[in-house]
Design a binder for this molecule. Structure first.
Ligand SMILES: NC(=O)c1ccc[n+]([C@@H]2O[C@H](COP(=O)([O-])OP(=O)(O)OC[C@H]3O[C@@H](n4cnc5c(N)ncnc54)[C@H](O)[C@@H]3O)[C@@H](O)[C@H]2O)c1
Length: 289
């Protein structure tokens, strides 16, 4: 059902790689709600992914940009404003990638060159995007910018590796830039902390299936899907949430407020007859993964 919540609004959506991507669902929903927008992703993603298929369906332009490259970002804002016919009202930053995770590096044995890349791609790109937009005065007053985060920014999650540090930085950038951009131009900046979701980025996390099951059992409302995340992002882009800024907003079915649920405990108890693999010793290199 459409409420035309974004009628007359112009946007930029980063990160729609394939139909599983959260950004893909946000684009579909923004279209239904009456917005016009451009889609953007890296050259490799545009070659390997399905972004152009989405653009055809939603009749929007695709503009190539590496979100870590300032020139690309400048060009993205210029072209988007040209194609859409004016300044931007909303932006979705839906970008995450850890080369350390990809290469199977343990958190206690990070490659620092790759760590820099994780932070640059997954968090500093958010600052670069905001800094570029502000210098170009590319966002309308009361515009709304949302980046996607995960609860591992606040609490330690097995296997999330250096992405946890990237998400903590991302959320901090939302607060720090939210103050400046809010005071100056009434632009609001938030992060949405989403449940684990089966996507290309999500499936890269170690033990992802078990994490998905655990958080489903822990959350009173169950895990939030990518479609539901899209719905929440639309409300944040709309005029109905004009005074919400500098927040990390949990969209996780209640997971982040739970300590232990009966459903998770029952599952844990089932495993008590056959506890930890006794052959495993604390000397195992990754015992504390
Ligand atoms: N899937 C989950 O479980 C989950 C949970 C919470 C938060 N998130 C976050 O949601 C966001 C979207 O991830 P997703 O799960 O939809 O996976 P996804 O793999 O579909 O999306 C990640 C996107 O980042 C893009 N990207 C990577 N490097 C880039 C760069 N240098 N410049 C521009 N784009 C780049 C990729 O091309 C891809 O489109 C990420 O920030 C992710 O951390 C995901």
């Amino acid at each position: 059902m459409s409420y035309q919540l974004l009628k007359g609004k112009r946007g930029i959506i980063f990160g729609a790689l394939n139909p599983g991507s959260i950004a893909w669902k946000v684009a579909e929903r923004a279209f239904e709600e009456g917005a016009v927008f451009t889609l953007t992703n890296t050259a490799v993603a545009l070659r390997m992914g399905e972004t152009s298929r989405l653009a055809e369906k939603l009749k929007c332009a695709v503009i190539e940009a590496d979100a870590t490259a300032m020139d690309d970002l400048h060009n993205l804002f210029i072209k988007s404003m040209e194609v859409l016919g004016g300044k931007i009202d909303f932006i979705l930053h839906s970008i995450g990638m850890s080369p350390n995770v990809r290469k199977g590096r343990h958190y206690s044995d990070l490659d620092y060159h790759l760590f820099d890349k994780t932070l640059d791609i997954s968090a500093i790109s958010f600052h670069k995007m905001l800094q570029t937009a502000r210098k170009m005065d590319a966002i309308n007053e009361w515009g709304s910018v949302v980046a996607l985060s995960y609860v591992a920014a606040q609490r330690t999650f097995y296997g999330y590796n250096d992405m946890a540090d990237a998400k903590a930085l991302l959320e901090s950038i939302a607060r720090s830039f939210g103050y400046i951009y809010g005071r100056e131009k009434k632009v609001r900046i938030n992060t949405v902390s989403q449940s684990p979701t089966t996507t290309t980025a999500g499936s890269g996390i170690k033990g992802f299936d078990r994490l998905l099951d655990f958080s489903e059992r822990m959350s009173p409302l169950g895990n939030a899907t990518a479609d539901e995340c899209a719905g929440y992002c639309i409300t944040l882009f709309s005029d109905l949430t004009r005074k919400v800024t500098m927040q990390n907003l949990f969209h996780d079915g209640g997971f982040s407020s739970m300590g232990m649920s009966m459903r998770a405990l029952q599952q844990y108890e089932k495993g008590m007859d056959d506890p930890f693999d006794k052959t495993r010793s604390q000397a195992d290199e990754h015992f504390y993964d």
